[in-house]
Ligand binder design. Structure first.
Ligand code: 13P
Length: 249
């Protein structure tokens, strides 16, 4: 069965709650497309108002992060129970900005992935290499390691429902989109890696996105690749252009 594409916006630390409502209102009519899953991953404080504004539409409101405990003395963190109760399905885990600025590691990513699955949330698991790593020729080794650790103790049934976002760090927010060949090469290697950890059925089912300076002009070619099942979009998800990305065909 063909994999359904999933096109997600990552709003990062943008949009106050009232701005979030206006943005959802603006994008609502532009992102209609039943052939793809459309997700807006928004700051925690925007989840509830954005969810209200998106009611009755095809927009799924997701989260940008969560902690790996249910509750307790973890000031400032957001629990999977809070996300579930708010009606969230998708949560980004291990974005490179979380790894760089908030000390997340492959190990904490794995804990969060396991916790997300335990609570019926769908993780969008991020991986990606730095420019130095690409230049050193270790991209595929690095990505394989990130994937193997992220999926430790995750069952095949869980893995089948996961989303992986391949985001080369050098392409994030830089306007330097990876070439279609570079993006497809790594996404294909990720699928092979999932096949090695699990089996072909799991590799065939898991959805793998590309992220990093995706725009209305680069989306059609990227999303047409056999191993690219959609995108994780930063800057362009805050603009009407996101409608063109969702309707890339
Ligand atoms: P940009 O699309 O702004 O490059 O951001 C990509 C990203 O980090 C999405 O998670």
């Amino acid at each position: 069965m063909a994999r359904k594409k999933i096109i997600a916006g990552n709003w990062k630390m943008n949009m106050t709650p009232s701005e979030a409502v206006s943005l959802v209102e603006t994008l609502k009519p532009l992102v209609v497309n039943d052939e793809v899953d459309v997700v807006f991953c928004v700051p925690a404080i925007d989840i509830i108002p954005a969810m209200e504004a998106a009611k009755g539409t095809n927009i799924n409101i997701g989260a940008e992060n969560m902690y790996f405990e249910e509750k307790g003395a973890y000031t400032g963190e957001i629990s999977p129970l809070m996300l579930k109760d708010a009606g969230v399905q998708y949560v980004i885990i291990g974005h490179s900005e979380r790894r760089e600025y908030f000390a997340e590691t492959d190990e904490t990513v794995n804990k969060k992935v396991l916790k997300a699955f335990e609570h019926g949330l769908t993780p969008i698991i991020c991986c990606g290499e730095s420019l130095t790593q690409r230049e050193q020729g270790i991209t595929l080794d690095w990505i394989r390691q990130q994937i193997k650790i992220a999926f430790l103790n995750v069952t095949a049934d869980q893995a089948k429902t996961a989303v992986i976002a391949y985001e080369p760090i050098w392409a994030i927010g830089t306007g330097k989109v990876a070439t279609t060949e570079q993006a497809e090469e790594v996404c294909a290697a990720i699928r092979v890696c999932i096949g090695e950890i699990y089996d072909q059925a799991t590799a065939d089912a898991i959805r793998i996105q590309y992220g990093g300076s995706v725009s209305a002009s680069s989306a059609p070619e990227l999303f047409a690749q056999p191993n690219i099942d959609g995108g994780l979009v930063g800057g362009a998800s805050l603009k009407p252009d996101f409608g063109k990305i969702v309707n890339y065909k």
